[in-house]
Design a protein. Structure first.
Length: 99
């Protein structure tokens, strides 16, 4: 795949998202040369962002409390090398908060 970040084209792998308890816990496959992952949760605009060296993160309770049951949200993960280069990214995956 080809990625675009700040108008620079980058080639890299796709990240497979493997979370099974959305919206509480988000998990994805490890990217071998990644040292940092950035996760974004959005609904037409960013709701929450996090950076981690792990291949998972947990949504804070205060963010969960802002999410509306029945509304569609999306999450995406980007992986970065130690030089700060984008090396992989996931598709945006849709989820809905249960009513």
């Amino acid at each position: 795949p080809q990625f675009f970040l700040d108008d620079d084209q980058t080639r890299g792998r796709a990240i497979t998202l493997v979370s099974d308890s959305v919206p509480g816990h988000f998990e994805w496959q490890i990217v071998p040369d990644a040292v940092e992952y950035k996760i974004l949760i959005e609904n037409h605009e960013p709701l929450w962002q996090d950076s981690t060296s792990n291949n998972y993160t947990t949504l804070p309770e205060e963010i969960k409390a802002k999410m509306v049951p029945g509304r569609k949200y999306f999450w995406q993960v980007k992986a970065f090398s130690k030089e700060g280069r984008l090396v992989a990214m996931s598709s945006k995956i849709q989820f809905t908060i249960p009513k």
